[in-house]
Design a protein around this ligand. Structure first.
Ligand code: NAD
Length: 412
């Protein structure tokens, strides 16, 4: 086991707060050591405002990840202008399952979440052989134990007692395919996997990555309802990648530090249903009409950019894994009692007349605590029009998902 060691590093409180719910973006954890304040500052461009003392960690990456995580706990409690020493002990106690873990997203996602000091058990499931991925990951000396589960007969064991289930299982988009082209394959996969979740870990947070998210989340909701275990606070369509892309593209365009930029993205997770609210960008920046149009379209079509660049070899996997890992980490922090976690997700919602809608949400131990309505207030004319324009498409995708699940239930 670990020998106790102490690490002191500097945390950029202000940017962290700007991102709340997103400790991954400033993940001081990747590729840098944290025993030097200067290293940290140069790595992530943080505005150093406080010092955090972390103790007793198990491993190289565990130490760094843990340090980043503990910084996230510490940051909200501290006065920005004070240097305070904290002694925090994150507990590796949560069980996470990745369904589709042998895939393009599943593998890097599993690696990233293997670094979390909050996870005691990491379960990897796939219909393809996932033993090799699990064996490989199990050699990383971070706290979680990795177990592999292959094929439907092992799914129940994979899910028993799990706190967070992440579902990237399915087929990715190929050039020329829309997200809706994926519907028939991925709809059935999500239905079957969520059925198993309902039977084996009905209280778990469920993160749906499989596309089309605009339809697969309503399918999951219907399945959970049919099983009598639907808790809308715990079902999430993962839209984090839209936010990550919006932040990145705006920072590039406006020559801003990536770590500082925060763009709310609302609506859904396909084409024009993805609506970046550029007028709400923090820090406040002004855009010409041409820039707004160009950035909005780029954010909406960013998935296609990757699909075309990969030329038949799949869709976004690495950036998706990063975004999904950030969402997992935020969920674990919320489960662990951090009362200040915000993320964006496609969830059951009453913010508009649509039953599901992506917005910022506050996460707590029981899932979504509050939807954040303020992003939808005071929209520009461009954003208001785009919001109205996306509604019919999003509504149709939601209804398609619901109809699929209901038809299946009647057939059964
Ligand atoms: N939400 C997002 O932002 C986002 C972004 C990119 C991709 N995606 C979606 O994520 C999904 C996965 O993409 P990928 O690139 O990893 O695909 P991939 O083909 O590389 O991997 C998918 C994995 O799922 C597994 N799988 C298939 N059916 C399964 C089942 N019934 N049970 C368990 N595992 C099963 C496959 O064996 C494979 O290992 C696709 O639907 C893709 O469209 C979502």
């Amino acid at each position: 086991m670990a020998s106790a060691s102490a690490v002191t590093f500097t945390v950029g409180t202000a940017p962290y707060l700007a991102y709340r719910g997103s400790s991954f973006p400033q993940s001081k954890s990747f590729g840098v050591r944290f025993n030097s304040q200067n290293h940290l500052k140069s790595f992530c461009g943080l505005k150093a405002t406080s010092s955090v003392r972390c103790e007793s960690e198990l491993s190289f990456s565990g130490k760094e990840m843990s340090a980043a995580l503990r910084a996230s706990f510490a940051s909200k409690a501290q006065n920005e202008n004070q240097n305070i020493q904290y002694h925090l002990q994150p507990q590796a106690s949560f069980k996470v399952a990745v369904l589709g873990a042998a895939g393009g997203i599943g593998q890097p996602l599993s690696l990233l979440i293997k670094m979390s000091p909050l996870i005691s058990d990491l379960h990897l499931y796939d219909i393809a052989n996932v033993k090799g991925v699990a064996a490989d990951l199990s050699h990383c000396n971070t706290p979680s134990q990795v177990k592999d589960f292959t094929g439907a007969s092992e799914l129940a064991n994979c899910l028993k007692g799990v706190n967070v289930v992440v579902i990237p299982a399915g087929v990715p988009r190929k050039p020329g395919m829309t997200r809706d082209d994926l519907f028939n394959i991925n709809a059935g996969i999500v239905r079957d996997l969520v059925t198993a979740v309902a039977d084996n870990c009905p209280g778990a947070f469920i993160h749906i990555i499989s596309n089309p998210v605009n339809s697969t989340v309503p399918i999951a909701a219907e399945v959970l309802k049919q099983k009598g275990v639907y808790d809308p606070s715990k079902l999430f369509g993962v839209t984090t990648l839209d936010v990550v892309r919006a932040n990145t593209f705006v920072a590039q365009k406006k020559n801003l530090k990536l770590i500082d930029v925060d763009v709310p993205v609302v609506g859904g997770h396909a084409g024009i249903t993805i609506l970046p609210l550029l007028s709400k960008t923090r820090p406040s920046v002004s855009f010409s009409d041409e820039e707004i149009e160009q950035l909005t379209v780029r954010i909406q079509n960013a998935g296609t950019e990757v699909v075309e660049a990969k030329a038949g070899a799949g869709s976004a996997t690495l950036s998706m894994a990063y975004a999904a890992a950030r969402f997992v980490e935020s969920s674990l922090r919320a489960l662990d009692g951090d009362g200040d976690v915000y993320e964006s997700a496609f969830v059951q919602s009453n913010l508009t007349d649509l039953p599901f809608f992506a917005s910022r949400v506050k996460l707590g131990r029981n899932g979504v605590e509050t939807l954040i309505p303020s992003d939808l207030q005071g929209l520009t004319e461009y954003e208001q029009k785009a919001l109205e324009a996306l509604k019919p498409e999003l509504k149709a995708s939601i209804e398609k998902g619901i109809a699929f699940a209901q038809k299946q239930a009647i057939a059964a």
